[in-house]
Design a protein around this ligand. Structure first.
Ligand SMILES: [Zn+2]
Length: 224
């Protein structure tokens, strides 16, 4: 396994260049069961807490290593495991709807892979159906799945876009993500107000007018 030394990590800082849309996973990533992983991570986290000087016999702290381990495997990073990938129910476009469909304000909870700190925000997705349409909530589920991995926002955008293009058998898909990164707001520069927007699209959305129709849509609000 290639491990970077401390100097190189510091030098690279937050300038990380991704080369592939796939999350970098080892070939043996899922050889162990979830329970095995939870038990191992529990042990590792216990060591981290111990090194920080915490008293693990304290009532309030004793359950933390297990809670963190279970949270990593079953909740925050459940989206690493392809067996958890939602089935995208695809239907024939029987009604012949051929205009833009926008699913907006999809809640997004992720974690940055450089600091393991939360990324929170919204995803907005638009597509123009050809012969297939997707069950609406499946778009939300797909966002949820890819978000629940250690991520970088750019890759998250591309992974969701790629799956939708494939499932819907069209290039006419767009995605925008606005998100706050805790590693920017609570450490380092500690900027509480900035957030990050990433936009990816293909097909008809290469056309600025079509893209603008999508952005116009995002201004719509439903009365509450
Ligand atoms: Zn980060």
């Amino acid at each position: 396994m290639k491990v970077m030394n401390k100097e190189n990590i510091e030098l690279l800082g937050d300038c990380h260049v991704g080369t592939n849309t796939d999350t970098p996973l080892r070939a043996d990533a899922f050889d162990k069961s979830d329970d095995e992983k939870i038990s191992n991570i529990q042990g590792y986290f216990e060591k981290i807490m111990y090194e920080l000087g915490l008293d693990l016999t304290d009532d309030s702290l004793s359950g933390t290593p297990y809670r963190v381990a279970k949270m990593y495997v079953k909740e925050l990073f459940y989206g690493l495991d392809p067996k958890n990938k939602p089935k995208l129910s695809i239907f024939d476009n029987k009604y012949g709807y051929k205009k833009m469909l926008v699913e907006q304000n999809i809640t997004l909870d992720s974690a940055c892979e450089h600091h393991f700190l939360p990324i929170t925000g919204y995803a907005h997705i638009g597509y123009i159906p050809k012969d297939k349409v997707v069950g609406l909530s499946k778009i939300n589920r797909l966002v949820d799945y890819y978000s629940h991995r250690p991520q970088v926002q750019e890759r998250l955008c591309l992974q969701i876009l790629g799956d939708l293009k494939e499932a819907l058998n069209t290039e006419d898909v767009i995605i925008m993500i606005n998100a706050k990164h805790l590693c920017v707001s609570s450490r380092g520069i500690k900027d509480k107000n900035s957030y990050t927007t990433t936009i990816e699209y293909s097909g008809a959305f290469e056309n600025i007018d079509i893209r603008n129709e999508f952005f116009e849509c995002l201004k719509n609000k439903i009365a509450e």
